[in-house]
Design a protein around this ligand. Sequence first.
Ligand code: ATP
Ligand code: MG
Length: 312
Amino acid sequence: MTSPEQPNIIRTSYLPALSNWDELTAMLPDAELSIDPSHQTGLSQGRQSEVYIITNHEGDPTAWAELGTNWVLVWKRMAVHKQLSHDEALRLQSSLRDYQNNLYQAGWRLPALFASEVINGDDGGFGIACAEQFIPGGDGEILLKDPSAPEHRKQALVEEVIMTLYAPHTHGDLPRRVLAGKEVSALPYGLDLKPANIVLIEPEDLLFVIDVFGPKQIGDDGQWLTYFSKIDSLPAQSLQAVTASREGAILRFWRLSEQFWAGDSMNLKERRAWMFDLLLAAGAPRQEVAFIADEISHGYPWLDEIYRESAV
Ligand SMILES: Nc1ncnc2c1ncn2[C@@H]1O[C@H](COP(=O)(O)OP(=O)(O)OP(=O)(O)O)[C@@H](O)[C@H]1O
Ligand SMILES: [Mg+2]
């Protein structure tokens, strides 16, 4: 595929707010969707979204000068097998931009969202489609699993996650809440923080969160603004524990990172010690580090319990 220009750090609110595929193709008359595997380089197979590269008529991923960008775009069909009602799909679609803004305010970089719309699903229900900026380089799961990828990039992936979660201007003084039976630091948003949902771009090692579906906003009462069991297999509070608490997000992210990490520059013990040093250097409160360390050294019993309860 053609190599896209390095994306800049972007503010989604400055971008054209197109509302659907028709408006997008009116601006991009040459656009087609491609599922040709040769164009899928760097895409992991997701669970509930189909992801396509938007190509021109020749089938080439291309930069869309019409949108004033040098970026390649992806088209996602989200939750099309979840039998959402039209109302549910609309609520999820209409909160995407607000949720992106929440994450942006919290210090996460995001692909530009150009268009989103409610679409017919594949099973009589409804889904959501969106067109967004393609972030090149392959997601974090691909990076961690690649034995030939440099160790410093894998480490940078973890460092960026931890630095963002402990940045004092965005994540200082988080309230303590009991979630799934443990007292943890509650994030003001939820985030599906898996390695497959983040991309680290070279050469500056900037981290992007590329999966913001379904939007996980927390209201003033500390509860989910929207929660649909059709989308999220965990019960509401367990979902908060693993996506909207700092300890839960880190533990989930770290457990997957340990599983995927190919490379023998450090053994598991050394890698864990390296991660705890990162936490301390990032300014993590002692009680959080102690809880995370305790969980990891005992084989993640809290995470296991949360997932066992809901049998997922
Ligand atoms: N904007 C993007 N830039 C680069 N790669 C992307 C982008 N969006 C998605 N991908 C790739 O496609 C994969 C699947 O996309 P995504 O994570 O959005 O869907 P999903 O995992 O099916 O959704 P869910 O996590 O809700 O089940 C990602 O893991 C990533 O490899
Ligand atoms: Mg995903």
